[in-house]
Design a protein around this ligand. Structure first.
Ligand code: SF4
Length: 427
């Protein structure tokens, strides 16, 4: 890394938090400031087959699998000049900043800031199942997706019921993706397509380290979330057919289920679960997550994570927060210190009970309520303190994050720090 080309703010933060690798601060800052690609970088990526392009009428959409730093961490995906705009392009970044630029320099990809090269980048190859079709003619890239790092992901159904009820989580910008081309209920035919797609994906040996199921919330059913549970179980059955066993390291990012529902998903092949509390403070939970508050409230979501430990075991349950939403104006905490005290108290509470906690960096994008409210993300310093605070508590309680660490999901700055804990290989 050309450390001297980092912005003065990032150099200052790196100097005051030496326990965080500068590349991790750079990764966080790129989310806060946004990333674009130059025309030269786009041409190089296209020429090397790193861009999967779909054209629908006058809409041109690009998919890139991952943009990777030399140490394996992934960078926020850039906006390319050749793509048509999407709803999520409307975003609020750190005030007073401009986006980073991925440029081509001497035939290589580089992350640049203000025209100065900072770090070399690599694009990961498009998965080999892209471009293939199921027996019903559906493009397999519409069935499954690939996420950095090494994660094969399925979305079992195409909506979040909280959006239907007009009570989405206020930071949520996922609706555009959740309504795109995915059936709202699985049928025998769509389950067969999942089996075929996962079977094809598995032919790419060594590519996948984790399997993820992820969708919005659906609290309907005789008991709340029964319908969601049933959809997951159906999809897990289709995945089992592809793997030939239930032992496929399945990770579930969904709603808070009760203990009986957790047991049913475990019997179907789930091995780790993430019912996200999103924000630790109960008052803010009610304000920011009105859907979760209605179905069935803060205490229910908290208890669900504790029940999941009984079913899946210590360290196989994660309750994530979206770091920074607790500072939303005017209802959030007034200072960084208050916000950190609150969240880290939650991390400690959960860690004592076998639940790990991680965080995602807040992205303020259309069509979220936060975007309409004009919320801005907090500073990089806030995230540096949150990441180190979470990491220290996790170490103190020796809570593993194996199913969600930097090798399987590089979204969480705090779990990325877990790589510092692993024994060094003897050379
Ligand atoms: S549960 Fe909240 S964050 Fe998740 S999809 Fe629904 S509204 Fe969005």
């Amino acid at each position: 890394m050309n450390y001297e080309n980092l912005s003065p703010l990032l150099q200052d933060t790196a100097g005051r938090y030496p326990e965080i690798p500068p590349v991790l601060l750079l990764k966080i800052d790129a989310i806060l400031r946004g990333v674009r690609a130059s025309e030269r970088a786009e041409a190089l990526a296209k020429g090397n087959g790193f861009i999967w392009e779909t054209v629908n009428g006058d809409k041109r959409k690009y998919y890139v699998d991952g943009v990777i730093f030399p140490d394996g961490l992934s960078l926020e995906k850039p906006k390319f000049p050749g793509e048509t705009s999407q709803h999520r392009d409307k975003a609020i970044f750190s005030p007073g900043t401009v986006s980073y630029l991925i440029d081509e320099i001497d035939g290589q990809f580089w992350l640049t800031d203000d025209g100065k090269p900072i770090e070399r980048l690599f694009f990961s190859p498009i998965p080999q199942f892209f471009g293939k079709k199921t027996s019903r003619g559906t493009p397999m890239e519409n069935i499954a997706e690939s996420l950095p790092s090494s994660c094969l992901s399925l979305v079992p159904y195409g909506y979040c019921y909280f959006w239907n009820e007009k009570i989405p989580c206020k930071y949520c910008n996922l609706i555009g993706d959740l309504i795109t081309g995915i059936k709202s209920s699985q049928t025998d035919e769509t389950l067969q397509e999942i089996t075929e797609t996962v079977t094809e994906a598995l032919k790419e040996e060594g590519r996948w380290q984790i399997f993820r199921l992820h969708a919005g919330s659906d609290p309907r059913g005789g008991v709340a979330y029964d319908k969601e549970t049933e959809e997951y179980i159906k999809v897990l059955g289709a995945v089992e057919k592809a793997f030939g066993s239930k032992d496929f390291n399945g990770r579930f990012v969904g709603s808070a289920l009760n203990k009986d529902q957790w047991k049913r998903t475990k019997e179907a092949g789930n091995s780790a679960v993430e019912p996200h509390i999103e924000v630790w403070d109960k008052r803010l939970f009610d304000i920011i997550c009105p859907g979760k508050a209605k179905w069935n409230g803060y205490d229910y979501w908290l208890q669900s994570a504790l029940d999941a430990v009984d079913v899946f075991g210590r360290g196989n349950v994660c309750s994530q927060v979206v770091g920074g939403i607790e500072l939303a104006k005017p209802y959030g905490f007034g200072t960084i210190d208050e916000a950190l005290d609150s969240t880290l108290a939650g991390v400690e509470f959960f860690a004592e009970r076998g639940v790990t906690m991680s965080f995602n960096v807040l992205r303020v994008r259309n069509p979220s309520v936060f975007y309409k409210e004009g919320q801005a993300p907090p500073s990089v310093e806030y995230y540096a303190r949150l990441a180190t605070g979470m990491h220290k508590i996790r170490k103190k309680h020796r809570i593993p994050v194996g199913f969600n660490d930097y090798r399987r999901c590089s979204a969480h700055p705090d779990t990325i720090l877990s790589r510092l804990d692993y024994p060094q290989a003897t050379l």
